[in-house]
Design a protein around this ligand. Structure first.
Ligand SMILES: Cc1cc2nc3c(=O)[nH]c(=O)nc-3n(C[C@H](O)[C@H](O)[C@H](O)COP(=O)(O)OP(=O)(O)OC[C@H]3O[C@@H](n4cnc5c(N)ncnc54)[C@H](O)[C@@H]3O)c2cc1C
Length: 381
């Protein structure tokens, strides 16, 4: 067992960290304030190869292993939680749907521009009445000539209002439950009937637009069906399994930012004639924060390792995401505490880390649903 990063993984981490420190950190408060999609930063990230990190170079990807991808994503989220979601939804969800289940033509046509950053991707699964309960979805896709007509709507779709490629899940056989769900590549620019109803005002995760979408008699050619009819539910679960490793990475990145900021503040802030870092109470907080971040990182890498080796990783990815998201919120909370009253204000980023961290406990499987998954897996073992 070797916990040392390879030379390539170290280089990825250092390159992304440098970019984040120079370009993202100075912009993070502004992104949080304006909630605008930072298209110029995405362009810069695309040039660095950060919009298709885990996919083969033949499709315009960076050809990185999943550890490197998770490290890169974690660094991006250290700078901005919203940017972390932009990249995770674009890559782990939309990109992976086309890479893992699309045919060769779909990969060339839709995955390559996603990986080069020319296109932005989104993954549209959730609906108003179908969040954790995916098969309760009511969006339908009916055969129509040499294509399908899609009707319905989706809620909370990250990148949904700025995406060029959206992987949409719909029922092709409404009586068949989870086996009646299929997935499609939708192109908002070209497909009449794709309507962005609006975007949510959120607690955090600013800069990543979370959109409500409506499909109004939206016709798509049959070449947009991903895989076979009825495979959509299993495709979604497999995609979310991989995605959970990157939400763990996002959580680790935000927690690391909260810890770094708290440690720096503790050495600068003086009370009772010396830095608050001299108090054992503060030292113990920092020690616990660091221990939790490191444990979350190890769970993330364990799940990534299993994925790399093509082994089952459902339980490990769920555990990595569950633990990392919960400690991210706890670490960010302690970060505010160490900042005292200043931590509760917008003068310091501590409160932003807390707001950004919270989201990871909700999307790509809530903590409650992940505990169900983990328990089922361990009882089946
Ligand atoms: C900012 C943001 C971005 C998102 N991005 C996307 C995206 O890009 N694509 C996409 O498809 N979706 C996205 N989502 C949706 C997200 O995945 C769902 O919100 C999530 O799956 C939970 O569904 P829900 O909100 O309907 O909650 P519900 O399913 O209604 O859950 C409500 C509560 O009940 C609990 N609960 C539900 N079922 C169970 C159960 N069986 N056992 C125990 N407890 C249970 C939940 O844990 C939760 O505490 C996003 C959400 C947010 C907030």
């Amino acid at each position: 067992m070797d916990f040392t990063l390879s030379a390539e993984q170290t280089q990825i981490r250092d390159t992304v960290a440098e970019f984040v420190d120079e370009e993202v950190v100075p912009r993070a408060a502004e992104i949080d304030e304006t909630d605008e999609f930072p298209a110029d930063l995405i362009d810069e990230m695309a040039e660095l190869g950060l919009m298709g990190m885990p996919f083969p170079m033949e499709y315009g990807g960076a050809g990185l292993d999943y550890h490197s991808y998770a490290i890169g994503l974690s660094e991006i989220a250290r700078g901005s939680g919203g940017l972390g979601t932009v990249v995770a939804a674009h890559t782990s969800l939309a990109g992976n749907m086309v890479y893992a289940f699309g045919d060769e033509t779909q990969k060339e046509r839709f995955l390559t521009p996603l990986n080069t950053g020319e296109d932005i991707g989104a993954f549209a699964l959730s609906e108003a009445e179908a969040g954790s309960d995916v098969p309760a979805m009511s969006t339908t896709a009916e055969p129509d000539g040499d294509g399908f007509v899609i009707n319905g709507g989706k809620l909370w779709i990250s990148n949904g209002s700025v995406a060029d490629t959206v992987t949409v899940f719909a029922k092709t056989d409404p009586d068949a439950g989870r086996k009646g769900i299929s997935s499609f590549v939708v192109r908002p620019e070209a497909d009449d009937g794709f309507i962005v109803e609006g975007t949510e005002e959120k607690l955090g995760d600013k800069g990543c637009p979370t959109a409500e979408l409506r499909f109004d008699d939206m016709w798509v050619p049959e070449g947009r069906l991903i895989g076979e009819p009825g495979e959509g539910f299993v495709q979604a679960l497999k995609t979310l399994n991989g995605g959970r490793i990157t939400i763990a990475a996002r959580s680790v990145g935000i927690a690391r930012a909260a810890l770094d900021a708290a440690a720096e503040y503790a050495t600068e802030r003086e009370q009772f004639g010396g830095p608050i870092a001299d108090f054992q109470a503060i030292q113990h907080k920092l020690a616990d924060m660091d221990t939790k971040v490191r444990a979350a990182e190890l769970l993330m890498h364990e799940a990534a390792d299993l994925k790399e080796r093509d082994e089952e990783f459902i339980k490990e990815a769920a555990q990595a995401k569950l633990y990392a998201s919960e400690i991210s919120r706890e670490v960010a909370n302690e970060g505010i505490q160490i900042h005292g009253g200043y931590g509760y204000t917008k003068d310091f980023p501590a409160e932003r880390f807390y707001r950004d961290a919270k989201l990871s406990e909700i999307y790509e499987g809530t903590s409650e649903v992940l505990r169900n998954t983990i328990a089922q897996q361990l009882l089946d073992e």
